[in-house]
Design a protein around this ligand. Structure first.
Ligand SMILES: [Zn+2]
Length: 81
């Protein structure tokens, strides 16, 4: 099951900021072990504050939540911020 490993690295791969080249972090409530009725994920640059739109998902649905994070990362990595 090596596919799981490659998925995991892809999952965490965030390119640098398209505007200033700074490092970016994903802000997702689900990664903080907090359970809200609504969850969201957003990626923002630590340097200039450029950010993706907020993606919303259902925190009780792990697949929905993971897809939300992956979608947000791909949005950031496509420079479609
Ligand atoms: Zn930036």
């Amino acid at each position: 099951m090596s596919e799981a490993n490659s998925d995991e690295s892809k999952f965490n791969e965030l390119l640098s900021c398209p505007f200033c080249g700074g490092s970016a972090d994903i802000d997702c409530d689900a990664t903080k072990d907090i359970t809200w009725s609504i969850d969201n994920a957003q990626i923002a640059c630590n340097e200039c504050g450029a950010a993706t739109e907020i993606n919303w998902c259902d925190p009780l649905d792990k697949e929905s939540c993971k897809k939300c994070v992956v979608d947000t990362i791909s949005l950031w990595n496509k420079r479609a911020v």
